[in-house]
Design a protein around this ligand. Structure first.
Ligand SMILES: NC(=O)c1ccc[n+]([C@@H]2O[C@H](COP(=O)([O-])OP(=O)(O)OC[C@H]3O[C@@H](n4cnc5c(N)ncnc54)[C@H](OP(=O)(O)O)[C@@H]3O)[C@@H](O)[C@H]2O)c1
Length: 272
């Protein structure tokens, strides 16, 4: 029987590409998104079914999991991919923007994980793949909130594997570098606070360099391929860095003194 993967945030970018990649490999795919009624491509694919799932809405998560299990006879892999970047000076962020960033990127991952665990534990198998970022182990200017969320998911995922090992449930972390998707435009939440102009110069200096990294980046297929590797390699490996120098930067981050590494980041992101 075909294996089945459930993917969150499948309406665009990495999630959508993952749906296409797993489907191409003969998997059943539960492609979940906030507005499945808008999706016109994925529903044309064989063995792909669309389900409504908002990671901040527990009822939608429960229903999508139940419906996907009924449609495909089970779920083998969950990919927690949904997420977005909140960007700008921390002081300019509203309380609601801070809350929504963590609700989506952190509590969303936990909501889906909580919902699938009883089923995976009962059947003594399953793989949970959490999409963090190379920014889950290093940082760039103006992304303090986003990094806060991705570092949180790194710690959450790493710790979770100890208790889940006994149930044959694997945890995997995908750490993409910059990838060309809607992340840098449609999905981005850029802060601004009326009257707060003191960060403008710094923002005007750094944002074009960050946006350029997104524009020059590889497409989401490289990440989809890495997700497939993580889902199928049968290893105990936890982390999979992928794309746009992510493996190199994470290596440098690990071996270099902190001040050297932040010096490298500054030389790239604060370049005039
Ligand atoms: N692109 C990069 O450079 C990069 C690098 C490292 C990590 N990542 C991570 O990769 C993941 C996918 O991002 P992407 O690059 O593919 O960007 P994207 O094209 O903007 O896709 C983001 C997806 O998340 C969905 N989403 C947002 N809030 C949601 C919610 N409450 N419930 C369900 N879905 C929600 C969006 O749905 P809607 O269409 O409804 O908005 C969209 O499908 C994110 O976790 C991101 O942090 C991206």
């Amino acid at each position: 029987m075909n294996k089945t993967v459930l993917i969150t945030g499948a309406s665009s970018g990495i999630g959508k590409s993952a749906v296409q990649y797993f489907q191409g490999k003969g998997w059943n795919v539960a492609a979940t998104m906030r507005k499945p009624e808008n999706e016109k491509e994925l529903n044309q694919l064989q063995n792909v079914k669309l389900f409504r799932l908002d990671v901040m809405d527990d009822a939608s998560i429960e229903k999508a999991i139940t419906d996907a299990r009924a449609a495909f006879g089970g779920i083998d892999v969950i990919i927690n991919n949904a997420g977005y970047g909140a960007v700008g000076a921390f002081e300019a962020a509203s309380k609601e923007q801070i809350q929504r960033q963590f609700d989506t990127n952190v509590f969303g991952v936990m909501n889906v994980t909580r919902a699938i665990l009883p089923y995976f534990r009962e059947k003594k198998s399953g793989t949970i793949i959490n999409v963090t970022s190379m920014g889950g182990r290093l940082t760039f200017p103006l992304y303090s909130l986003y990094h806060g969320t991705k570092w949180a998911v790194e710690g959450f995922s790493e710790a979770l594997q100890y208790e889940l090992n006994q149930f044959n449930i694997a945890i995997k972390i995908i750490e993409p570098g910059a990838i060309k998707t809607d992340f840098y435009d449609r999905s981005q939440d850029l802060f601004s606070k009326e009257g707060l102009t003191q960060y403008d110069d710094y923002q005007n200096l750094t944002m074009p360099n960050i946006q350029k990294a997104g524009a020059d980046a590889p497409g989401p297929e490289v990440v989809a391929k890495k997700m497939y590797e993580a889902a199928t390699d049968g290893s105990k490996r936890l982390r999979y860095a992928v794309g746009s120098n992510a493996p190199l930067l994470l290596f440098l981050r690990r071996i270099l003194p902190h001040s050297w590494f932040t010096g490298i980041v500054k030389s790239v992101v604060e370049k005039k």
